[in-house]
Design a binder for this molecule. Sequence first.
Ligand code: BTN
Length: 239
Amino acid sequence: MIAFDVRHHASIASTNDEAARLAREGAAHGTVVHADAQTAGRGRFSRRWSSPPGNLYVSIVLRLDLPPARCTEIGFVAALAVADAVEALLPRQVRATLKWPNDVLIQGGKIAGILLENATDALILGIGLNVLQAPAGLPYKVSTIVGCGGLATVDGTRSKLLAALSDWLTVWQRDGFAAIRGAWLARAHPEGAPLSVHVGDRYIAGQFAGLDADGALLLDTPEGRTRIVAGDVSLTGRG
Ligand code: BTN
C-alpha cells in the first residue's frame, strides 16, 4: 500500500500544477494534492475541466522510474482504479465500462477524466471524478456517482480511489502491463465495436480491434488496420 500524503486545498487553480510544483521541489511518491474546487482545471488537449465543489479533483505525484514512452501505461492503471472505486460506491448491478484511452463510463456517461503530465523526474496523475455535480454544456453525456444511485462523499470517494490505485499499481509492478491491458480489455467495448476516432482535425471510423502491446488503439478501417496513439473515441454503434 502506498503511504499517500494528502495536501488539501479549498480552492486552487489546478491540482496538476500544484502537484508538479511540489514534485519539482522533491515531493515524495504518493504525495496527493486534493482541492474542493479548481479555478483553472485542465483536461486532455488543454481543454477546460469544469471543477465546481461537489466532485473529486486530485493529482498524485508518482515516482516510478519509467521511460517516457511507457508513461501511458499508468493511464490504463488509473482507469481500472477509478472503475473499481466507482463500482464499490454504486448499486451492485451498475458496472463501469472503459473507453480508450482512459475514459470511465457509467450508464454511457463519462464519470471521470484522467490527465497524465510529466514534472521533471515525476509523473503527475490527475483525476477528476464526478461525485455529486454533473458539469453542464459538454458535448458528451456525463454521469455522477450519486446520480447513478450511489452513496458517496467526496472524501470517501478519494479514499476508495487511492486504495484502488495502490492495488492496481501493485498489479502493474508485479505482473507488468500485459496484465493491465488484459484487465482493461475485459471491461472495454468488445472487439468489432464500431468506433469513430477524432485525431487532430480528422475522424477515422472503423471497428475496435484491441490494443497494441503498448496500449495504442487498433482500429480496422476500410484501408486496413490502423494504430492510433492519441485521439478522442466515440462509440458509434448502439451503446
Ligand atoms: C480529461 O480531459 O478527460 C482529463 C480531465 C482531468 C481533470 C483532472 S481534475 C484534477 C486534475 N487537475 C487538473 O487540472 N486536471 C486534472
